[in-house]
Design a protein around this ligand. Structure first.
Ligand SMILES: NC(=O)c1ccc[n+]([C@@H]2O[C@H](COP(=O)([O-])OP(=O)(O)OC[C@H]3O[C@@H](n4cnc5c(N)ncnc54)[C@H](O)[C@@H]3O)[C@@H](O)[C@H]2O)c1
Length: 372
């Protein structure tokens, strides 16, 4: 297996997961990290035994083929653009960008330069979501006609010491957590045709309840309570409730209703979990466990295979094939999410201007082939 040299820009919270999990994958060879804050880069480099570069040096580094953008959402576009301009393949954390125009621009630039570009989330490559995909593709519940998704809680100020950005445009539950749900729906059902929503914010301010700023309030400038309807090209109608204004609820993360049965899919924010099925009047039962490597718990009882999408892209580059966490998928997901917010603001239906193919399924054998 050809190993690609991996560089990372952005040495915050999630960079530790990437660097810890990259060695699981055959195609990934992390060589250097960079951050606007050199001390953060040096700390991560020391922790994982690699080089700390300035951002400029990383963009020029001869031993780096792919640069992973782990900076904050509002600068994803600018950093990913610089990576491509520097002639490196680019892979971004979610959301890829905050506007459709930015996404289209990156797609064009990558194509013009003949570079690969990909984006998280990659949790849809997890064992649970691939098992749900296999069940749908095998016709176990018939054609999917609809579904419901709920990702609701009371926001980030109880655990995050600096939750300000979560409540500003570019975040909120749709752009922060929505990518996991929307991307998984697209891999399971295909592209979306149009959306509508009601999008409100119950609380004008949030009070930080942890850390050194405890008691301080932060303003809310983006919807935090969104109820959307997604009209899929295949005819399915799915409701998506995404809220940080809810203290408790009893909705499942994802239920999909087919012509002959229903499928219950675990939280798309994670790779693993149990998929359940209920066909006709039969009792709802768990699908038999299957042997997918990206569903096996490797972090206490959690399956965490972050980097799977990056590894699939790196392997795709080496083998000259397309990758699953593709720019078309990410741009379409951004179109869905930003259109949901626009529909809410303008209180109307919004027809999407983008579409994409479903990413290829990732079978247990194909997943095993990505591992070191
Ligand atoms: N933290 C998580 O659990 C988690 C999970 C999934 C996805 N993500 C996504 O990963 C991304 C990063 O999240 P995080 O929690 O690691 O954020 P973070 O704030 O902890 O880290 C971001 C890092 O980017 C650096 N940075 C900011 N501007 C920069 C610039 N112009 N040039 C170079 N470096 C710059 C910061 O100094 C910081 O070290 C976000 O898009 C987030 O949505 C995070």
């Amino acid at each position: 297996m050809t190993k690609l040299g991996i560089g990372i820009i952005g040495c915050g919270n999630i960079s530790a997961s990437y660097l810890r999990l990259a060695p699981l994958f055959a195609a990934l060879k992390p060589v250097a990290v960079a951050d606007i804050n050199m001390a953060a880069a040096q700390a991560r480099a020391a922790e994982f035994g690699m080089r700390a570069d300035t951002v400029e040096d990383l963009l020029k580094a001869a031993d780096v083929d792919v640069i992973v953008n782990l900076t904050i959402p509002k600068i994803h576009y600018a950093i990913t653009r610089r990576i491509l301009e520097a002639g490196k393949h680019a892979y971004s954390e979610k959301p890829l960008v905050l506007t459709l125009t930015e996404g289209e621009d990156l797609r064009e630039l990558a194509a013009a330069k003949g570079l690969a570009i990909g984006s998280a989330p990659d949790t849809f490559l997890g064992g649970a979501h691939q098992q749900a995909r296999a069940a749908i593709d095998a016709g176990d519940v018939g054609q999917i006609i609809g579904g419901t998704c709920h990702v609701m809680g009371h926001g980030m100020e109880s655990w995050h010491p600096n939750p300000d950005f979560f409540y500003q445009p570019g975040a909120g539950p749709i752009l922060d957590i929505g990518p996991y749900y929307v991307t998984n729906l697209i891999q399971l059902l295909g592209p979306v045709k149009s959306v509508t929503s009601l999008a409100t914010a119950t609380f004008a301010k949030r009070t930080i309840s942890n850390g050194p700023r405890e008691g301080e309030t932060v303003p809310v400038d983006t919807p935090t309570n969104i109820h959307a309807l997604l009209d899929f090209t295949n005819g399915a109608t799915v409701t998506l409730g995404a809220s940080w204004d809810v203290w408790a609820h009893r909705h499942a993360n994802m239920e999909l209703y087919g012509e002959t049965g229903s499928l219950f899919v675990p939280d798309p924010n994670f790779f693993g979990g149990e998929v359940e099925i209920g066909v006709h009047d039969a009792k709802i039962t768990a699908l038999p466990a299957w042997d997918h490597p990206f569903g096996v718990p490797n972090q206490d009882d959690l399956a965490n295979y972050r980097c799977a999408g990056l590894a699939d892209m790196a392997t795709g580059i080496a083998e000259g094939r397309a990758h699953r966490c593709s720019i078309d998928l990410a741009v379409h997901a951004v179109d869905v999410m930003t259109s949901i917010l626009r529909a809410g603001a303008e209180r109307r239906f919004v027809d999407l201007t983008t579409t994409c193919e479903r990413p290829d399924a990732l079978s247990p054998d194909e997943a095993r082939a990505l591992l070191a």
